[in-house]
Design a protein around this ligand. Structure first.
Ligand SMILES: [Zn+2]
Length: 428
């Protein structure tokens, strides 16, 4: 059979396909098996992958008239996927990060001094829809030029009924206008000062009014809770997640980032939460409680890198057979839009192998947002979300770090970034 193609990427030194895991995420030894084709090729037609294999083999199947993209000495991977992003906020907090790093002031002390989350809630609430679109687009551009083609995008930086609806509408609008795909999540994140002494009242409003309206308007696919010391307690988290499930939202949970909150155990009790994220302080027996469920654990290495210098026990969790993903945790508190950097930290600080880190940033990340049938691997029929890296192999993310190795980024078969610049805009 002769295949028609718009373009073919050929001669890749390593074509990382990650084929064969669209049904279930990779675990244990399978996380190290990237299904690499050396001297590989991938053909694309109408935004979809139509052929994958050794270069000679693929070229032998294709009708003439296609464009050739040479990837000699390069690494080619599926588009990177970032499944944990606090996307919509205004104002930055670089001064606070410096204080925490240099003076050792804690995140909770910053909050008590009127900074932190409350500062972001105020600044974001004061920002118009149009200004917020402009601010947020710049973050998405930076993600795209670093090779990220799909993200999970959380609300949570206004924490009023109208504010959260506005945030989710911004995510919806950007999903339509920006090449990146966004998977929307309503996150119960901060607790505004006026509710600090009565956070149960806020939770009642979220459960009785916000979630039903968000579900009715189809503005979120997931609900998530900041189940952390000083934020939402276990009972409040349970109420919010169960209400969201009742309204057909899928669930995620922030657990054990600042301290041991018990959120992981609660997630296991509630059952089949799609992702539980952070797990820095979680005792391993609480991680074990998630065994056998469809939950993916998402590691966020920037938080330990920026604040606590204690990383989630990734090696132990992977060796126990749990599926894991990586994400940036971009937020107003600290911003690193590059999944390449997450792989650097995963290898150099979390004892994950380079192959495990790439699996966690592609097919397993796709599972953690329920998109593994369309993205996360280079296989016939999937979206042509593909990155050509200026690197000979996948180990370079942890070796040649702190720079952008992405040379060409394809989203739905369109070339959207070349060497750090968007091809279709001058905004990057
Ligand atoms: Zn987060």
């Amino acid at each position: 059979m002769v295949i028609q193609a718009d373009f073919v990427i050929i001669n890749a030194n390593e074509l990382v396909t990650l084929a064969g895991s669209s049904e279930t995420p990779r675990t244990k030894e399978k996380m190290k098996d990237l299904q690499i084709v050396n001297n590989g090729a991938v053909a694309v037609k109408n935004g979809k992958i139509v052929a994958v294999g050794a270069t000679d083999e693929v070229l032998g199947q294709i009708d003439e008239g296609y464009e050739v993209i040479d990837a000699t000495n390069k690494l080619v991977t599926p588009g990177l996927i970032d499944p944990h992003v606090h996307l919509v906020f205004a104002g930055t907090r670089e001064d606070e990060l410096e204080k925490m790093a240099v003076l050792g002031i804690s995140y909770l002390e910053i909050k008590e001094q009127g900074g932190g989350m409350n500062k972001s809630l105020k600044l974001t609430s004061e920002t118009s829809f149009e200004d917020q679109i402009r601010i947020t687009s710049k973050i998405l551009d930076k993600m795209l030029i670093h090779g990220t083609t799909t993200i999970e995008a959380k609300s949570g930086y206004e924490m009023t009924f109208h504010g959260e609806i506005k945030q989710l509408e911004i995510i919806k609008s950007l999903n339509e206008s920006h090449p990146l795909d966004l998977v929307p999540t309503f996150l119960a994140q901060g607790i505004p000062p006026e509710y600090e002494d009565n956070s149960d009242l806020l939770v009642s409003e979220i459960v009785e009014k916000w979630i039903p309206e968000i579900a009715k308007r189809n503005l979120a696919e997931y609900a998530d809770v900041f189940c952390e010391k000083g934020y939402y307690n276990l009972e409040q988290t349970r109420r919010i997640l169960l209400s969201a499930r009742k309204h057909s939202l899928k669930l995620r949970n922030h657990c054990d980032w600042l301290a041991h909150s018990g959120g992981t155990r609660l997630s296991a009790e509630i059952g089949d939460i799609v992702s539980v994220d952070h797990l820095i302080w979680t005792p391993l027996e609480e991680v074990d409680a998630l065994q056998g469920q469809k939950t993916i654990i998402v590691f966020l290495p920037t938080s330990p890198f920026c604040y606590v210098n204690k990383y989630a026990p990734a090696r132990e969790i992977i060796d126990r057979g749990m599926p894991v993903a990586l994400a940036t945790d971009v937020s107003a508190a600290n911003m690193c839009e590059s999944m390449q950097m997450m792989m650097t930290l995963a290898v150099l600080r979390m004892k994950m192998t380079a192959a495990e880190a790439l699996t966690a940033s592609t097919i397993n990340a796709a599972h953690s947002i329920d998109r593994a049938h369309e993205i996360g691997s280079i296989e016939v029929g999937k979206k042509a979300d593909i990155v050509i890296f200026n690197a000979p192999n996948h180990r370079f993310f942890a070796y040649n770090y702190g720079i952008n190795l992405a040379e060409k980024v394809y989203k739905d078969g369109n070339l959207v970034a070349v060497r750090g610049r968007r091809t279709d805009s001058d905004s990057s």
